[in-house]
Design a binder for this molecule. Structure first.
Ligand SMILES: C[S@@+](CC[C@H](N)C(=O)[O-])C[C@H]1O[C@@H](n2cnc3c(N)ncnc32)[C@H](O)[C@@H]1O
Length: 190
């Protein structure tokens, strides 16, 4: 068993521990090298995970994992790739903090549509701790001439929940993880 002592590992463990016990078909958005899948496959060795990630470089680590034959990888942009259908759960860690509210609405609707009824969306990601912080990072991004620096634009928990509700998710809850500016947001398809 892997030891999960660092905050970054604890949050990945918490994500897998929040899945429904009968979960099998999972979509992981922005899995990168697949770190969050290590614990997931310890708990759900028979899961079947589709990974979508835009970075070929990150994805090339996945075939080396001992769970590789349970994973299907698709290299492409969340906004362009067809997600498929009937997932028990969609998961994501540290991958969705680059999108403005209007982009998140499109993405979250796509996630809602690809879940089976009663399916679960678990997103563990950075958040802004205030509206001012969110507005400031979006302002910085929009004025980031020639993309000279990398700017994250996490939304506040309240704005995340509002967008999830707008696209139809219910039973939305947010919990703290060990990193103070991270939250695990859990929502269910009605
Ligand atoms: C910080 S990494 C997180 C990797 C992994 N989930 C983890 O927690 O260790 C974010 C990942 O999201 C992917 N990503 C970001 N924007 C994306 C997009 N628009 N479409 C697909 N993948 C994207 C990146 O390529 C990267 O692998």
């Amino acid at each position: 068993m892997t030891k999960y002592t660092k905050p970054i590992w604890k949050l990945k463990k918490k994500l897998a521990d929040c899945l429904d016990k009968d979960v099998t078909k999972i979509l992981d958005l922005g899995a990168g090298t697949g770190l969050e899948l290590i614990h997931l496959f310890e708990v759900y060795p028979n899961a079947s995970v589709t990974v979508i990630d835009i970075s070929e470089n990150m994805l090339k680590e996945l075939p080396k994992r001992n769970f590789a034959n349970h994973v299907t990888t698709i290299c492409g942009d969340f906004f362009e790739i067809d997600f498929g259908k009937n997932y028990d759960a969609v998961i994501s860690t540290s991958a969705l903090h680059h999108f403005k509210p209007e982009e998140k609405r499109i993405l979250y609707k796509k996630i809602f549509d690809c879940l089976k009824s009663d399916g679960l969306f678990l997103n563990c990601d950075k958040i802004s701790l205030s509206q001012e912080e969110q507005d400031h990072s979006i302002y910085e991004l929009e004025n980031n001439i020639d993309n000279y620096k990398h700017i994250d634009i996490p939304l506040t928990v309240e704005n995340e929940i509002s967008i999830l509700e707008q696209v139809g998710f219910i039973n939305i809850s947010s919990s703290e993880v060990d990193k103070s500016n991270y939250r695990l947001i859990k929502s269910r398809k009605s």
